[in-house]
Design a binder for this molecule. Structure first.
Ligand code: 5GP
Length: 206
């Protein structure tokens, strides 16, 4: 699909702080649109249907996948998660920037479809801190936390396949880094020429 906005994909192991970073970015940047994924996992904590996720049964997920309703999907920590095509195509068609908060497998699938996607990996400052954050969150059962930590080391090894890395030691610094990446994409020649067509025209370089 031809697409004039930016497609940002943010991945990280659970507990690295990816969701908080993306949420904070969207609070200050109205040009970035989120994608709400579908998942077969149960809601946790304060999660609300249609806000964090669309929570669906295995059968509903199967039906959407069979109807080619996902741009990507993957099995993560024993549940399935997918980016719905309908959910983001409207944003893309309108030329908005879209941010996907998905795991590394999904990120690589997105890159196959959209060569221009910008892949960002968020790292925790250490494995100890990752464990501490998962425990502090207090939303997952001990066996879920154990599984997520076990998966984390394999996930971290995928960071080298991404375009950018943010180390989330101090939240404000990590947010600054994320904003910098988003801003830099908007300064690329093609983006500037599109956004500032009048200026380019006046300068005779359209
Ligand atoms: P959680 O259960 O903690 O909300 O998410 C678990 C993992 O699934 C996270 O790494 C999250 O980014 C990932 N995830 C969420 N939505 C999607 C999606 O649509 N596709 C893929 N591939 N991963 C997703």
């Amino acid at each position: 699909m031809a697409y004039s906005g930016n497609l940002f994909v943010v991945s990280a192991p659970s507990g690295a702080g990816k969701s908080s970073l993306v949420k904070a970015l969207m609070e200050v940047d109205a040009r970035v649109r989120p994608s709400i994924s579908h998942t077969t996992r149960a809601p946790r904590g304060q999660e609300i249907e249609g806000r964090e996720y669309f929570f669906v049964s295995d059968a509903a997920f199967d039906a959407l996948a069979a109807a080619d309703g996902f741009l990507e999907w993957a099995q993560v920590h024993g549940n399935r998660y997918g980016t719905s095509r309908a959910g983001i195509e409207a944003h893309m068609a309108a030329g908005h920037d879209v941010v996907l908060e998905i795991d590394w497998q999904g990120a690589l699938q997105i890159r196959q479809r959209f060569a221009g996607a910008i892949l960002i990996f968020v790292l925790p400052p250490s494995l100890d801190e990752l464990r501490a954050r998962l425990l502090r969150r207090g939303e997952d059962a001990p066996e879920t936390i154990a599984l997520r930590l076990q998966n984390a080391e394999r996930e971290l090894a995928q960071a080298e396949r991404f375009d950018y890395v943010i180390i989330n030691a101090v939240f404000e610094c990590a947010l600054f880094d994320l904003k910098a990446i988003v801003h830099a994409q908007r300064l690329r020649y093609a983006a500037q020429r599109r956004e500032r067509a009048e200026t380019f025209g006046a300068l005779g370089i359209a």
